[in-house]
Design a protein around this ligand. Structure first.
Ligand SMILES: Nc1nc2c(c(=O)[nH]1)N[C@H]1C(S)=C(S)[C@@H](COP(=O)(O)O)O[C@H]1N2
Ligand SMILES: [Mo]
Length: 317
């Protein structure tokens, strides 16, 4: 597979136009306050870009209404339609993201700084849930590596640990074990430092040219496209660097079903279902079922296989 670069999906000019728009949205400035051409121009460019068949990847975007209407965000309930409903009034501004632990330079970012500290890019990624459904999402965000460089991990830092907001008053699933799927909150995820530094690993603040809707993990969430979706933790308030691998949420709930690595792998089945193929969430209704073969590392083998040389992927699932 051809290496996925930003140039493949979005010309640089668009980033900067979009960055302005996103920043403006974050500040609550009306679109009319933006430079005259940018909104219409950007829209036109986006339409031609997003729907132009790509000879290298041929990735067809999942419709926006599916990406923002079919969600897993157990803090807001376990049904796919619950997060869009129950997170509608979720307060994501003000927001503080704290960065600390084994770093020389601990710091924090407020809501506005999340959107304008690092250059934003659009990345069109395959997204594969462990439940065997898949989407293609046009994310907007920045490489986690940029934030890591700023934090300057110490020699002891081996893992990067992410924490979702804990706020039972706003998150019904954190108040009620049944509603929240039996998870011990806050939701915690982690990556090895080298996985976190891979240039595919994104901190996302938007999709489809807008800031993230709450149900997709506003104001900032992780996107690790070669791993099952549960690694892509939402609504992050804390990132810490650690020497020891922490116990992550799904691993602690059912260690025989959900491993720490969670790399998409058609040859390693979930104990209760096959991972050899996946159901494509597409434009059709629930009855139009399209299946396709699962790709090794979700199609990003060239970019990430070297991270796992010598590791038995059947044991380290
Ligand atoms: N905090 C938190 N993050 C989470 C989840 C969750 O329940 N809580 N669900 C995960 C799972 S299982 C998936 S598949 C993706 C879904 O992301 P999406 O709703 O944007 O498609 O979010 C992941 N991140
Ligand atoms: Mo998932």
């Amino acid at each position: 597979m051809k290496k996925l670069t930003i140039q493949d999906v979005t010309p640089e000019t668009i980033f900067y136009q979009r960055r302005k728009i996103i920043t403006a949205l974050g500040l609550g400035i009306a679109a009319s306050a933006l430079p005259k051409v940018s909104m219409a121009e950007t829209k036109r460019h986006l339409q031609s870009l997003q729907f132009k068949p790509d000879p290298n990847k041929g990735l067809e975007l999942t419709p926006e209404n599916k990406i923002i209407g079919y969600n897993n965000f157990y803090e807001f309930g376990v049904d796919k339609s619950a997060p869009a409903k129950n997170a509608a009034n979720f307060k994501t501004d003000p927001w503080i993201l704290e960065i600390g632990g084994e770093v020389e330079n601990p710091f924090s970012l407020n809501h506005q700084q999340l959107l304008n500290t690092f250059p934003l890019e659009e990345r069109i990624y395959r997204f594969r849930c462990v439940e065997a459904w898949s989407m293609v999402v046009p994310w907007i965000g920045f490489e986690l590596a940029r934030l890591i460089e700023m934090a300057k991990p110490t020699g002891k830092a081996k893992y990067v640990v992410f924490h979702t907001l804990y706020d039972p008053a706003q998150m019904p699933g954190q108040k009620n074990r049944l509603l929240g799927g039996g998870i011990d909150y806050p939701y915690v995820e982690a990556l090895r430092l080298d996985e976190a530094l891979n240039s595919l690993t994104l901190l996302s603040v938007g999709l489809y040219g807008k800031t993230l809707p709450p149900q997709n993990g506003a104001p900032i969430r992780l996107v690790v496209p070669w791993k099952y979706g549960f690694k892509s933790i939402k609504s992050i308030v804390k990132i810490t660097f650690a020497e020891k691998r922490p116990l992550t949420t799904w691993e602690s709930l059912a260690p025989n079903e959900y491993g720490f690595y969670a790399n998409v792998n058609p040859n390693v089945d979930h104990p209760r279902w096959s991972q050899a193929s996946e159901r494509v969430i597409g434009a059709g209704g629930l009855l139009s079922v399209k299946r396709q073969p699962t790709l090794m590392f979700n199609g990003y083998e060239n970019e990430v296989a070297n991270l796992y040389r010598g590791l038995d992927l059947k044991v380290n699932y």
